[in-house]
Structure formats: C-alpha cells, structure tokens
Design a protein around this ligand. Structure first.
Ligand code: GLC
Length: 648
C-alpha cells in the first residue's frame, strides 16, 4: 500500500488508498494522519448496482454515480497480464477495468486449472477495490482457445470460409467459448470480420474471404460466442465477442505500412466513403444489428478518402467520423470499443495528444499493455484540463459496465469451471475434424486420382505432411505459432496412416519410390502472425525451393501424384500445376489433420469452395471477384466436388 507522502498517480487515488488504509487501521492511525477530506465510502450492501433484479441500465447509472474520476478512468484501462503479474496489487491500486493475454501470454502452468487460478487471482484483486467492480479478462481465441495447450484448435477463418457452412462456424465458436470461459477469460478478441483484398497481407488467413457477403454469412460465429437469438452472456458456455478490426484492415495498399518492416499490415486504405461502406463497414452493420456484438476493436490501419483528395490518411483509432458518427450514432453500436495493442501510440503527437484524440474519437477502453499507469495519469490530466469532457468518460464507462453486468460478473466474478472437462474432448475434436474436411478445396482431379483407394501403395513427402505446428499456423500457443509437435492432435500424415496400411513417408522424398501407386506431396507455409507474415517481409506467395523440389521429384517418378497446400493463403503453383494429377488447398487445418484424409479417402465428399481468388502470380495481387478483366488461376467460389466415395 502506498504511503500518503509518496507521489502517487494522482492525489485522488492516494487519498482513497490512504482512506482505505485509515479505515483498516483506525485506532492507531487517526492521530498520525492529517485531517482528510471525506474520502468516498465503500458502497452499502443494498446499493442498487448490486441488485441483480434491477435492469442493467439502472445498475449502470447507480454505479456510475458512485464512482470517482480515478475509478472511471481505471475502468477504461486494460493492461497485459505480463505487466501486472509480478505485482497484482496494481489491479486494485489502479482500479483496472481489464487485463488481457496477448498472443502467447500464458500462465506458467498452461493448463485449464492454471488459467482459471490465474484469472481468479486477478479477479480477487479487482474485488478488493472500493466498489468491487469485477475485472474483464480478454484473450485471442481466434481458432479455438488457441493459447491453451490441449484445446481444440480449429481451421483458421479462411478455411472456415471455404466450408460455406455458417452453422458449422456457429458450432465452432460455441465450442471455443465453452473451452475459453471454463478457464477464466470471459471475453474473446474475435471474430475478425476483416475482408481480405490482397493476399500479400500476413493476416489473410484471419479473414473468412474477399467478399463481404461471405464474411457476413460467417458472422453466425458471434452467436456461437455470445448465445443465439438474444445474448446469454451469464452462461459459462458463452463469452463476450469482439468484431475486429474496424475497418478496412484487410484492404490497405501494398507498401503503405509504416509499422516496423511490415509492408501492408497496418497500412492505408485508400477509398471513398461509398465503397468503404459496401466493402469494409458492411460486416459491422451485421455484427451490430443482427448479432448485437458486445465489443468492437478499431484497426491499426488508416483511411484516406479519395473524395477529399488523397494524401491525408487518418488512423482508425483517431477517426471520430467512423468510430462515433458512423458506428455508434448511425449504425447504433451500443457496446464498447477496445483499442488494439498500444495502437493509440501510432497517432501523431505526444502521448497526451494521442490519449485525448482517441478518447474523443470514441474509443472506450484502452489496451495499453505496459503503460496502464501512464495512460490513467494522462487521461485524468486531460479531463481535469477540460480537454476531455467527463460526459465522454461517463459514456465509455457506461458501455464497459453494461458488458460486465450482462456477463453476470457482479454475481459470479470467479471462473465457472464446470465445462473444463470438455476441453479438447473427442466430441469437440470431431466437430473440428468435420470442419477440416469441409474446408478442403479440390482444385484439380484429373484421371480420378481422388478419392484414394485403400489398397494402393501410398508415398507421402513434404515439409507440411507431419508437422502439427505448421498445420495450425500463427496464434497457436505462441503469438507467431511455431513448427513442430506443439499441441496434441493428428497430423495429415497420421490421418493418412489411419486409412491405409501401405504408407511410405519421406519428408524430403529421398526414400525409394518404386512400387508406389500414388504420391502425395504436402507443401506450404511455416507459421506467422500479423505483419510478420506480410509478403516482402521475408515471405512470398511463391513455393519454397524444398516444396518445388519435392513436387518435381515425386510427380516426376510416380504415376499419380497429389499435391496438398497447407498454407494461410493461396500460393503460386501456376508452373507446376500441369505436373499434378490432383491439387487440394488444405489451408491451416489446426489440430485435427485427420480431417484431410477423410476427404482424400472419400469418407467425406469434397465440397469446399475458394473464399478468395487464386492468383497466377504474386504481382497479380490484388485480384478479387468483381474486378474488371478478372483473370485468376482459379476463380472465387471454385471447387470440384466428389460424391461420398466408396471404399475399396
Ligand atoms: C494484436 C492484434 C489484435 C489482437 C490484439 C491482442 O496486435 O492486432 O488482433 O486482438 O493485439 O492480442
């Protein structure tokens, strides 16, 4: 506990802390302390906001009235767990509204119990504040509860887009919500409703596709997260969802990024208001009006209006017209806006300017991972200087409190662990396996190479045949993901071996191939996330040399050859396609690689369809359905179908 004379973040916080200390140690301390202005008292047990039978709006108003400015600003602040884990009392002292796990920010004990114990420990610190306002814990469950080892890991969104199955996406997110909430976090930073217009973007795989209508169709996932029809956020089966990143994150100009060595991620969307509304904002209209999404995350990227004469890009986190006038007032979003990771620090100007600009633009909660105290101090000063109205603070805090009441956190602040036993269960994995099968897109199948016959001698090669880390991709256990045996599940090779006893595996195709009836070459990408995966940032859409060599070797030696591409986006295969008898886009299947062999062997039919256009070359990007002289290698929506195969 801080001492009264030490400079605290602000006199008001120091006073209320001293007040708490004073109350606690009344007899001996009174004489020693200077007379204090009447510090705000803890709320009486019968305070309206503590009454679950009252309407949420009444509870919000009552609580807001009781809050000091420091407590309000604390609610608008979110810290990374790594910043407070060493001194958890900061949650109490700063009256923090939220803590997050950034990608890969996991407890030392990365088990369901380890997670729930950690989140509950943080929660107890929030409940030690004067008004006992519970904490929101946010996490990126973007293809399952992917930070937790042992969770069911689903295909990334681009593969789910290929399924064209909204009901399956809803089921996926119901499972993800259950596995997430049972370990503590009540809020997920998903789904990304980004519309990917250029595949050179490192986040292409986080999009359901290039057509906003397909993205909108897949927003059934929000109901999976929050509950169908009306939200049922009190349930341990549901979490608060976040539609992200508003807006135009997937529609920036290649080469326009000024973030680190990124080339396109966090760049500039050059557009006009009408096109922007149709392509980039439309998914948010559905997220708000049809699915009542609880929170929205603005994009790191900027927007530059053509009609105003380009050359004036404005950061989305500073964009009052789009955040407040359009999203909140016109579309009617009544949830809260959560900033992206220290994103306000990319706004031009000093920190006070960045804070003031983003708060006044309409951002409500601030993901300031390692600068929460500074954010609080700065915003308090801006309000006291009259540069941020307290009414704007009250609006932000009301939106945040509304979510906390709806999540039932005032009545049940601690983790409800009843579904922990379902995490990674066979039933959950079976749904993920079906999703993998339905996401597979058959792009070529000459000579009826597929489905495979069980008595065939099968030769399997390739860097991505037996690597569960590669098939899961980014946002898996760590932020960037990594190659290797990082999570439980089945690789594509293991799935093939489940269906055939005649399999020879040789990653680099160095083993003898004679006697093999069919060769399968699994090519693709290694994991990446965000701008790290941008083309030109050490990445390309072209196949690696090893992949090219494996295709040439296997398809040059074995009569029938099948190529699978395990990647977050289409790769350039134009020159090698003629050598392939069959070609399948497998995307990033996640933990249930066996789903791929379900369609290879005809246990399930191929029915996936491209959610993005497939370019002939890297510099053909961007190429999208609706373009004039549209000429991709494979068009948007393309996908061969097979009937349910017969077993030999
Ligand atoms: C990241 C991403 C965002 C994610 C957030 C928290 O930078 O842009 O999608 O939710 O930070 O991990």
């Amino acid at each position: 506990m801080r001492h009264p004379h030490r400079r605290v973040i602000s006199p008001r916080i120091g006073r209320s802390l001293v007040a708490i200390a004073t109350i606690a140690a009344l007899p001996s301390a009174v004489a020693a302390q200077p007379a204090l202005a009447a510090a705000p008292q803890a709320a009486p047990a019968d305070a309206a906001y503590l009454n679950p039978r009252l309407p949420v709006s009444k509870r919000v108003d009552d609580l807001l009235d009781r809050m000091t400015l420091e407590e309000k600003v604390g609610q608008m602040t979110q810290a990374e767990r790594g910043a407070i884990d060493g001194d958890r009392d900061q949650i109490t002292e700063l009256a923090l509204g939220s803590v997050l796990s950034g990608g890969g920010s996991v407890p030392a004990d990365n088990t369901p119990e380890g997670w729930a114990d950690m989140v509950d420990a943080y929660q107890s610190k929030a409940l030690a504040t004067r008004l006992k306002i519970p904490l929101l814990y946010g996490i990126d469950s973007v293809h399952g509860h992917n930070n937790l080892v042992g969770a069911t890991v689903f295909p990334h969104n681009i593969g789910m887009g290929a399924t064209r199955n909204p009901g399956l996406v809803r089921r996926q997110q119901e499972i993800t919500a259950k596995e997430t909430r049972a370990t503590g976090p009540q809020w997920v930073f998903g789904p990304c409703v980004c519309v990917v217009r250029d595949l050179r973007w490192g986040r292409a795989y986080e999009a359901y596709g290039e057509d906003p209508r397909l993205v909108i169709e897949m927003e059934t996932g929000i109901e999976g997260f929050q509950g169908r029809h009306e939200r049922d956020l009190k349930s341990p089966r549901h979490v608060l969802a976040t539609a992200k990143h508003y807006a135009g994150d997937g529609d920036t100009v290649f080469g326009s990024s000024t973030t680190g060595d990124y080339t396109i991620d966090q760049g500039v969307t050059v557009t006009d208001r009408r096109t922007f509304a149709k392509v980039n904002v439309a998914p948010y209209v559905t997220a708000v009006k049809r699915h009542d999404v609880g929170s929205i995350m603005p994009s790191f990227s900027s927007v530059d209006w053509k009609e105003d004469g380009v050359g004036n890009p404005v950061k989305m986190h500073a964009h009052k017209e789009l955040l407040t006038d359009v999203l909140k007032n016109k579309i009617g979003f009544d949830g809260f806006l959560i900033s992206d990771w220290a994103a306000i620090q990319q706004i031009p100007g000093d920190y006070a300017t960045q804070v003031r600009t983003s708060v006044n633009a309409g951002v409500d909660m601030f993901m300031e991972p390692y600068s929460a105290p500074q954010f609080i101090e700065t915003l308090l000063a801006e309000v006291r200087a009259g540069r941020v109205k307290e009414s704007r603070v009250d609006d932000a805090v009301s939106r945040i409190l509304k979510a906390k009441f709806e999540l039932g956190l005032f009545e049940k602040p601690y983790t409800d662990r009843r579904y922990a036993g379902t995490i990674g269960s066979p039933a959950h994995r079976a749904v993920a396996r079906r999703a993998v099968a339905e996401s597979q897109v058959l792009l070529k199948n000459s000579g009826r190479a597929l489905p495979l016959r069980r008595n065939e001698e099968i030769y399997v090669a390739g860097t991505n045949a037996d690597d569960i880390g590669n098939q899961a991709g980014g946002w898996t256990v760590t932020w960037q993901g990594e190659s290797g045996d990082i999570i439980p599940g089945t690789t594509i090779l293991e799935g093939i071996e489940q269906n055939s006893g005649n399999v020879t595996y040789s990653e680099d195709a160095s083993a003898p191939m004679s006697g093999s009836d069919v060769g399968i070459v699994v090519v693709g990408e290694t994991p990446y996330a965000e701008g790290v995966g941008d083309v030109g940032n050490g990445h390309t859409l072209n196949l690696s040399d090893a992949d090219k060599a494996n295709i040439d070797k296997v398809c040059g030696a074995i009569e029938t050859c099948v190529v699978l591409d395990v990647a977050g986006r289409p790769q350039i295969v134009t020159d090698r396609l003629p050598k392939m008898d069959a070609f399948v886009m497998s995307w990033l299947p996640g933990s249930e690689g066996a789903g791929v062999s379900d369609v290879l062997f005809g246990k399930r039919p191929f029915k996936g369809r491209l959610p993005v256009s497939w370019p002939r070359s890297e510099d053909q990007e961007p190429v999208n359905i609706g373009d004039r002289n549209y000429d991709p290698l494979f068009p948007y929506g393309y996908g061969l179908r097979t009937r349910r195969g017969h077993h030999h």
